[in-house]
Structures are given as C-alpha cells and as structure tokens.
Design a protein around this ligand. Structure first.
Ligand code: MN
Length: 197
C-alpha cells in the first residue's frame, strides 16, 4: 500500500509571519511530496512494501544497502511529525505534566529552550533537533540528514527541521532566528504533551 502525502494540519498561510506560505508550499508540496514519491518507488516490490513506515525505519537504519530507502522513509516520517509540532499562535511555555517533566528532567524551561536551540544551531549541515523520551526521561538530541530517534529506541516528542529548505526563504542564513521564532511562536505543546503518552 503506497504512502500518501498527508495534508498540512493548517492552512499554508496559518504560520505567517514566522513561516511563510511560500516556504510551506515548497517544503510540503515539493520536498515532502518528493520523499513520498521516492519512498513509494524504492519500496515497491520489496519485502518492506506492506510494512508500516515506522517499522521499516527501525529495521533498516544503519544498513548501507538500504540507505536511499531509509533516507526517503525517515524524511517522510520526520516531516509529517514536524508539521504537527507547529500550530498558529503556538510557542511559549507548556503547562501541566510536560512543564513538570521539563523542570525535573531538564532543569526548567529556560534550560530546555537553550539546549534545544543549541542542538538546532550546532547541527552541522542538514538535520533535525529533537525533544525525546529516552529511558523514561526527557532529553534533547540532534540527528543528521534524514536520521531520527526511532532506531535509537527514543520516543520523539518535538522536532525542528534545520535543513536550509526549512528556513532559507524566510530567514536566509539566520538559522538561530528561525529556531527562536519556532520556540516563541510555532511549537504545538498540546501535540508534544500528547506524545508523552
Ligand atoms: Mn524539511
């Protein structure tokens, strides 16, 4: 069963001025769509064709003979997750259980924000910054290119795409400004809290 490009969970203009409709149009309509098409073409007629995407990602991570399938599949998963990590009028501080976990595991919201921003800004080249559950505790990580926390047995809670295609039209080379705007105005904390499970 072929994967389909999921629609954005909001209107393409909904995240302006922090993420433009132009950026979302290319990022979702071209980049994400291409990963879906490439994955479907690569997985066709293989034993993985009918397996759930998450299972394929976990199973083939690190297998150099399946690098292209992994890259496209992980990028499909990462982008679908990333769209849901944002919402109009998002950002700021979470509440409830998530706030308590950030206090106890990460030393408070300011330390979380600093560590997340640092991971996003110091990811050399393309990749992703993450808030994950690792062994029952919150942790900040970063991954290169298409890689993600699933093969590491970490549960993804929040991600920020720091490939240049995620921010270049709106922020040019100013990745730190993009990550700050993501934290201040875009994060969908309800989604993050739901991912705690
Ligand atoms: Mn992207």
């Amino acid at each position: 069963m072929a994967l389909e490009l999921p629609p954005l969970p909001y209107d393409a203009k909904a995240l302006e001025p922090y993420m433009s409709a132009n950026t979302l149009g290319f990022h979702h309509g071209k980049h994400h769509a291409a990963y879906v098409t490439n994955y479907n073409n690569l997985v066709k007629d293989t034993p993985f064709a009918d397996r759930p995407l998450e299972a394929v990602i976990r199973e083939i991570a690190g297998d150099s003979s399946k690098q292209a399938l992994f890259n496209n599949g992980a990028q499909v998963w990462n982008h679908t997750f990333f769209w849901n990590c944002m919402k109009p009028n998002g950002g700021g501080r979470p509440g409830g259980d998530l706030a308590r976990r950030i206090d106890s595991d990460l030393g408070g919201f300011e330390k979380f924000a600093e560590a997340f921003k640092n991971a996003a800004v110091t990811q050399f080249g393309s990749g992703w910054a993450w808030l994950v559950l690792d062994g029952g505790k919150l942790a900040i990580t970063k991954t290169a290119n298409a890689d993600n926390p699933l093969p590491r047995n970490q549960k993804p809670l929040l991600t920020c795409d720091v490939w240049e295609h995620a921010y270049y039209l709106d922020y040019q080379n100013r990745r730190p400004d993009f990550v700050q705007a993501f934290l201040d105005h875009l994060v969908n904390w309800d989604f993050v809290e739901k991912n705690l499970g």
